[in-house]
Design a protein around this ligand. Structure first.
Ligand code: TYD
Length: 217
């Protein structure tokens, strides 16, 4: 039972998508939308989101002469996720704040499970270990043709290790997001990000209005 001293849990809202899909811009728009509804909101990202997790992000996105194999990459990303969850996400949700996260565990299925070929089961094990029962309330997948996305990312400049990957890798990432969204439509929405930015934003707000209504509070 909820009492005056234990607020309702906040909602975890995640933005996902391949490179160049505009997640960061739209994450800020979602925060503004939620705040306009009177919600308290935390905006964060992965890998990173807390000082320790941001330090691990630096390692994951770094260029190492010896390379980073898929297992090392996945374990570092989940270590960052555990730290982020502990320091920031769980306390915010418990305090009744909504958390808007630029990427979360679906990215590990897409990039490490599919892209790096680790397979879904290994990621599922790490997910169970790190997150327990916690799942996002809503995952917005900003969907874009990988060719267009990689072009946009390169145009933006300063590309990371993942953006430098092959088109085939980017296609696996996209397929994984779409498959996961199709398997749980009550928690996922796929947004066509090839549209002009204002239209993408309008589509996102429509989903927030429709899908968050069914999630408490
Ligand atoms: P970032 O610069 O934030 O990329 P973007 O702006 O495209 O989100 O770098 C994060 C990179 O980390 C991104 O290219 C995808 C990768 N990543 C994974 O491979 N697995 C994960 O679980 C997460 C959260 C991110």
């Amino acid at each position: 039972m909820t009492t005056a001293t234990t607020p309702e849990r906040g909602r975890l809202i995640v933005l996902e998508g391949g490179e160049g899909a505009g997640k960061s811009t739209h994450a800020r728009g979602i925060v503004d939308w939620l705040q306009a509804q009177g919600r308290r909101v935390v905006l964060t990202r992965e890998p990173g989101g807390s000082p320790l997790a941001e330090a691990i992000r630096g390692v994951v996105l770094g260029d190492w002469d010896e390379g980073i194999d898929g297992a090392t990459e996945a374990l570092l990303i989940f270590a960052a996720r555990a730290a982020h969850l502990h320091a920031r996400i769980a306390p915010a949700l418990a305090a009744g704040e909504d958390v808007v996260c630029d990427r979360f565990v679906d990215a590990s299925y897409a990039y490490q499970g599919a892209g790096r070929g680790l397979g879904m089961e290994k990621i599922a094990q790490l997910e169970r270990w790190t997150l327990g029962e916690l799942r996002p309330d809503l995952v917005l997948v900003l969907d874009l043709d990988p060719e267009l996305g990689l072009q946009r990312a390169k145009h933006r400049g300063d590309i990371n290790r993942f953006e430098a990957e092959t088109l085939e890798f980017a296609r696996l990432v996209r397929q994984t997001y779409l498959a996961r969204a199709a398997a749980a439509p009550e928690r996922y929405a796929v947004i066509d990000s090839s549209q002009p930015r204002a239209q993408v934003q309008a589509a996102i707000f429509k989903v927030l209005q429709q899908q968050l209504r069914s999630v408490p509070p």
